[in-house]
Each structure stands twice: as structure tokens, then as C-alpha cells.
Design a protein around this ligand. Structure first.
Ligand code: C2O
Length: 550
């Protein structure tokens, strides 16, 4: 492969959306941020220079980072944040992956405006396992806040209340005509008839899974999280934050001047408020040059697609089960058939006590919290990977994250009286090349909700999912160990569970968390430490010299 250099200047930028002008943190003056393109096997060298008052770090979401954990990016996990005036060079090779991923800030809620596509093309002499598209189009879903996103989460953390919800969803940064004074800020996809377009869909929204559909069109899904899947056709998709989906869109053989709405709006089953608005973009067929009487686009009739109900959990379960690995000789599914170590983690909301002399606005005067296995993960003061690698005596974490919940209860039935979480920086340590199975169980402690769980440094196979409480005696018999989908982010079903497997062949410290930023900030995260293997190529090399210090 070749080496590709990028330069990211993190700077403030004035931008107007929904009739208000505000200053946002952005990369190279672009919103959404610049497109990063590489081929499988290439090395990416990205110099990030921080010119803003905020701390920041950049995460290459979904990149395996084989023995390059220092470039992964989550603040206080693999690196200290890049402070004002400082820089850091992310240097990593993309191996064994091709497809659509994205990059985003991994500090506080900066990813609200700091994100962009990361496109990995196949090696030069390799083709897609599907028809060659006429054109490739990245479509990023985002979430727009009129307020400063960092202020929104800081206020929630201080008062204990749910954060203010976003003011709009966006397609490639644009809210579209269903929002106040935003008709001119509408994403338009201009197409020719009778062609195949590859849409690279990326959900970069902060806190919402989204349904997406284009009126009178269907898609063929061909890839998820930069892994090819068995193609299937649907006219509606659901995509969680952190997930990417490639679909083929075949345009109609003839539709001169026709325009169709593409819409996205949330899937939501939780409690409390959410941004219940809809982003619209437009699919516009080109005007044939022969037609002199071309209707101006303003007067064209627009068709709106139907979307599932806001809480259509059954639709979500049905469509999720359609995602299957190709499982061919060229693209095999290397599902661990036997498991060395089993884990059972609960994921969900809870609460933490209100500090003395403070009034909290969360449930019953407490603060909202979120946890895995009832542990709300507290960020350490120094990056875990540094503490671990240099075996610092005051390492700031403990290795007692439990493999199974300490106090099991009926997770999807009546919630326990005690909703309090424990705070701690607890990790799981596993030896190199352990084959791991994790069952992720949603809890209904403060209401059942779907949680898009993301694992850094790995893809995993989604071997099973179901509603209610996971049954260790019955459910494993139904696991799919043949062609389960391989991904880096999976929705733990609302009121249900999901089982994943991965081979821990990448040494380092790897964050696993809910990709809703509100849950991430409330503590729904934990970390794995995967130790070095015996061989030289199974060890994590020392950090680059410019690794930021805390
Ligand atoms: Cu895209 Cu830790 O996240």
C-alpha cells in the first residue's frame, strides 16, 4: 500500500443553521469535515493541530488499529487529549478492511460538529462483490444543536437532568425544508436515470438511531460497518450512531424532472424527551436537455416516503436479523467456534446520588447515570493505555470489572428498588488471542431502551439476539455460528439482549461503550486490556514521541 498524508486544522468556524449563526469547532473550515480516502493496505498519516480553546482527540471509528492502539483516539483511554496549541500525528495502516467508516472527535460532545467520512476502497486490482456503481455518494446523518454541545452535556452532568435535545437532524450537515428557514439548506442528490449509485450511509448523530427511506425507491444493502454482507432489498433502513451501511440505489429507467424526498427520523423507545423532528433531503432526477419545457424544481411534486412508527422495535429486530456475513471463500466469516471466556454485561440507565448542598433534577432528585453491569465508568486522569504500557504504579484503574453481574435480577421485568450505580474505572484483562463471547443485556431500570454498543479495536460477530432476559440454558443453542454479521457497533435490543464473539488478537486498551453520547458521558462504557502475545508481531510497539501528555 501507499502512504496518504492528511492535515487536520481544528479551528472555530462561524456557521448558520436554523436562522442562527454560531461558532463551531470544525476541521479545516469544513462542516461536515473533510473526506479521508484510502485503499485497503494503505498507511494513513494524519497530523491534527488544535487551534481551539477546547481539548480534543480524533477517533478513526471502526479501524481495527492492529498494533497501533496509540492512534485509536478516545481521550483518556488511548491518549490524553490534544491541548490548545498542540498537535498529534495519527499514524496507522488499514489492513484487511475496505468499505465505509467515519472519523470523529472523541472528547466530550465535540463529535457533534467534528466528524467526516473515512472511505476505504478495495486494493487497486480488486473489485466489489457487487455491480460496479456508476457513482459513490457519502451521506452523513448528523444532529444539530443551537446551543454549544459541550455546554449541553456539562449542564446535564451538573444538574443530573437529561440534556437538552438537539434542534435538528442533518443530511451532510443540512437540515432541509421541514425545519425553520432551512429550505436553502437542503441536501440534494442529483441522479441520472437507469444507473446504480452506491450510497455510503454514516450515522454520526449524537443520540439517536434513525429510520431512513427514499420515496418510491428501494435499496440493496451490501455492506455494514465496512464488511460486505449478503445483499438484501429493503425500502427502509434503521441505522444507529456509530453504524455505517452501504446500499445500492438503482435509479428509475425514466423519471425526467422527478424529485423524491429522502427522510430520516428517530427510532426511540426510551423515557423522557427526544428530538422528534425529521430531516429531509431530495433525490432529483436530471432534466433531459431535450425538454425545453423543464419544470422549475420548485414546482415539482415531491413524494414523501412512509417511515415506521417512532418505537417500531419489531421492525428494527426484523431488519437487523437480515444482516448476514457473505461467508464466502474470498470473504469468510471467521466466527470463533469455541469460546475461551464468557461474559455477561448489563447495559442501561440508573442514577447516582445528588451531592450534598446541591439540587439535582434527575429521577427522584438523583442524577441520571448509565452503566455496564451497574458500574458507571469514570474516566481516569491519565490515558489508560499509557498507564498500562508503562506499568505505572499509580495506574488509575482496577482490573475487577465483573464477568457476570454481581447482583442478578429480572432485567426486563420489574426494576429493582435500588437504581444506584457504582462509580469506578474498572477494566477486564484478557490474554492475547482469547476467544471472547459477550452477552449484552438491556435493563429496564429506568425504562427499556436500545443501546448501540461500539467496540474499539475489533469487529465482532453478532451470533444471537432476542427479547426478554437472556437464557444461558436455551439461547446459545440458537446462535448463528455460520454467517452472522460482522460489525463494530450493534444495537442491544430495547428490552432484549445480543450476543457477540470476537478473537482478542489485537493487544492494547480498547474502549467499549454506548454510541449515544449522552449514555457515554453518563458512564455506559468499560475497557478491555488485551495483553501482548509471545511473538514480536503480537506486541504493541511503544508510543510515538508526540503522544499528548495529560
Ligand atoms: Cu465512534 Cu468510541 O466511538
Amino acid at each position: 500500500g501507499s502512504t496518504r498524508h492528511y492535515h487536520f486544522d481544528i479551528k472555530l468556524k462561524n456557521i448558520t443553521r436554523l436562522c442562527r449563526t454560531k461558532s463551531i469547532v470544525a476541521v479545516n473550515g469544513k462542516f461536515p469535515g473533510p473526506r479521508v480516502i484510502a485503499r485497503e493496505g494503505d498507511r494513513l498519516v494524519v497530523k491534527v493541530v488544535n487551534h481551539v480553546p477546547n481539548n480534543i482527540s480524533i477517533h478513526w471509528h471502526g479501524v481495527r488499529q492492529l498494533r497501533s492502539g496509540w492512534a485509536d483516539g478516545p481521550s483518556y483511554i488511548t491518549q490524553c487529549p490534544i491541548q490548545t496549541g498542540q498537535s498529534y500525528v495519527y499514524n496507522f495502516t488499514i489492513s484487511g478492511q475496505r468499505g465505509t467508516l467515519f472519523w470523529h472527535a472523541h472528547f466530550s460532545w465535540l463529535r457533534a460538529t467534528v466528524y467526516g467520512p473515512l472511505i476505504i476502497l478495495p486494493k487497486r486490482n480488486e473489485s466489489y462483490p457487487f455491480v460496479k456503481p456508476y457513482k459513490e455518494v457519502p451521506i452523513l446523518f448528523g444532529e444539530w444543536f443551537n446551543a454549544d454541545p459541550e455546554a449541553v452535556i456539562n449542564q446535564s452532568l451538573q444538574t443530573g437532568a437529561g440534556p437538552n435535545v438537539s434542534d435538528a437532524y442533518t443530511l451532510n450537515g443540512l437540515p432541509g425544508p421541514l425545519y425553520n428557514c432551512s429550505s436553502k439548506d437542503t441536501y440534494k442528490l442529483k441522479v441520472k436515470p437507469g444507473k446504480t449509485y452506491l450510497l455510503r450511509l454514516i450515522n454520526a448523530a449524537l443520540n439517536d438511531e434513525l429510520f431512513f427511506s427514499i420515496a418510491n425507491h428501494s435499496f440493496t444493502v451490501v455492506e455494514a460497518d465496512a464488511v460486505y454482507v449478503k445483499p438484501f432489498v429493503t425500502n427502509t433502513l434503521v441505522i444507529a450512531p456509530g453504524q455505517t451501511t452501504n446500499v445500492l440505489l438503482k435509479t428509475k429507467p425514466q423519471a425526467p424532472n422527478a424529485t423524491f424526498f429522502m427522510l430520516a427520523r428517530p427510532y426511540f423507545t426510551g423515557m423522557g424527551t427526544f428530538d422528534n423532528t425529521t430531516v429531509a433531503g431530495v433525490l432529483e432526477y436530471e432534466t433531459p436537455s431535450s425538454s425545453s419545457s423543464s419544470i422549475s424544481s420548485k414546482n415539482r411534486p415531491l413524494l414523501k416516503p412512509g417511515l415506521p412508527a417512532i418505537n417500531a422495535t419489531n421492525f428494527v429486530a426484523k431488519i437487523s436479523s437480515k444482516f448476514r456475513s457473505l461467508a464466502t471463500t474470498r470473504f469468510p466469516a471467521n466466527v470463533p467456534q469455541k469460546v475461551d471466556k464468557k461474559f455477561f454485561f448489563t447495559v442501561g440507565l440508573g442514577s447516582s446520588p445528588c451531592p450534598k448542598n446541591q439540587t439535582c433534577q434527575g429521577p427522584n432528585g438523583t442524577k441520571f447515570a448509565a452503566s455496564m453491569s451497574n458500574i458507571s465508568f469514570a474516566l481516569p486522569r491519565t490515558a489508560l493505555l499509557q498507564s498500562y504500557f508503562f506499568a505505572q504504579s499509580n495506574r488509575g484503574y482496577t482490573t475487577d470489572f465483573p464477568a457476570f453481574p454481581l447482583h442478578p435480577f429480572n432485567y426486563t421485568g420489574t426494576p429493582p428498588n435500588n437504581t444506584l450505580v457504582t462509580n469506578g474505572t474498572k477494566v477486564v484483562v484478557i490474554p492475547f488471542n482469547t476467544s471472547v463471547e459477550v452477552v449484552l443485556q438491556d435493563t429496564s431500570i429506568l425504562g427499556a431502551e436500545s443501546h448501540p454498543l461500539h467496540l474499539h479495536g475489533y469487529n465482532f460477530y453478532v451470533v444471537g439476539q432476542g427479547f426478554g432476559n437472556f437464557d444461558p440454558n436455551k439461547d446459545p443453542a440458537k446462535f448463528n455460528l455460520v454467517d452472522p454479521v460482522e460489525r463494530n457497533t450493534v444495537g442491544v435490543p430495547s428490552g432484549g439482549w445480543v450476543a457477540i464473539r470476537f478473537q482478542a488478537d489485537n493487544p492494547g486498551v480498547w474502549l467499549m461503550h454506548c454510541h449515544f453520547d449522552v449514555h457515554l458521558s453518563w458512564g455506559l462504557r468499560m475497557a478491555w486490556i488485551v495483553s501482548d502475545g509471545e511473538l514480536p508481531n503480537q506486541k504493541l510497539p511503544p508510543p510515538p514521541s508526540d503522544l499528548p501528555k495529560c
